[in-house]
Design a protein around this ligand. Structure first.
Ligand SMILES: CC(C)(COP(=O)(O)OP(=O)(O)OC[C@H]1O[C@@H](n2cnc3c(N)ncnc32)[C@H](O)[C@@H]1OP(=O)(O)O)[C@@H](O)C(=O)NCCC(=O)NCCS
Length: 179
């Protein structure tokens, strides 16, 4: 870790942030998981999920909320996306849970890990989900992302199922956590 005490601000993101979040989303996903996929699968995923168009759609969606963390010079270093649950939860919640919410994405650039930034973003996201009466809450996490599983475990999320998350032609084994 090279940054022990940077000045970091967290603010709610708007559609004007689509390009900075597309760049940050692609950078953090590639940094965390890029080595797991053939380059063409990674590229397919980034084009689909971290294009400016995809982020504009996310940021304009009233059922989602996004916060972005920036340095003093405005450079973005982390973000969280929360909203209505889009995970395949029908498989184990047959009664239906129309008010279910989800922590959809939580990423901080590796250089800024372990500064409690992830926790600050998580607290804002959970507060918003609670204010929207979203309950229960779900998170999808890669089966081998042990650091993130520990992180979410501290917030009371527990594994309730699994599903396959497509990244291009690769299908990842993902755990579904619930609180
Ligand atoms: C998960 C993440 C957002 C936490 O952000 P952070 O600012 O480092 O978190 P905090 O400082 O508040 O808390 C530190 C905790 O984060 C988790 N963590 C640390 N490094 C991690 C890593 N490389 N990947 C995943 N989780 C990690 C650990 O639980 C750590 O606590 P520990 O001391 O018990 O290991 C951040 O590590 C990250 O962006 N990881 C890569 C992307 C990712 O895995 N996102 C989750 C996808 S589901």
């Amino acid at each position: 870790m090279t940054n022990t005490n940077p000045q970091i601000t967290i603010r709610r993101a708007t559609p004007k942030d689509a390009s900075i979040l597309a760049a940050l989303g692609a950078a953090t996903f590639t940094e965390t998981f890029g080595h797991l996929y053939p380059p063409e699968d990674l590229q397919t995923f980034l084009v689909g999920s971290h294009s400016v168009g995809a982020w504009t759609h996310t940021l304009e969606d009233a059922q989602r909320a996004v916060w972005v963390a920036t340095l003093a010079d405005g450079a973005p270093i982390g973000f969280i996306v929360v909203g209505v649950c889009k995970l395949p939860i029908e498989q184990f919640s047959r009664a239906g849970e129309p008010s279910a919410g989800e922590v959809q994405q939580l990423y901080v650039l590796a250089q800024y890990h372990n500064l409690r930034l992830g926790s600050r973003l998580m607290d804002l996201g959970l507060e918003w989900l609670e204010a929207q009466d979203r309950t229960p809450l779900y998170i999808g996490v890669w089966s081998e992302n042990f650091g993130a599983q520990r992180f979410y475990g501290r917030y009371g999320f527990k594994k309730v199922g699994e599903y396959g998350f497509p990244v291009g032609g690769t299908v990842d084994r993902e755990f579904i956590l619930k609180r």
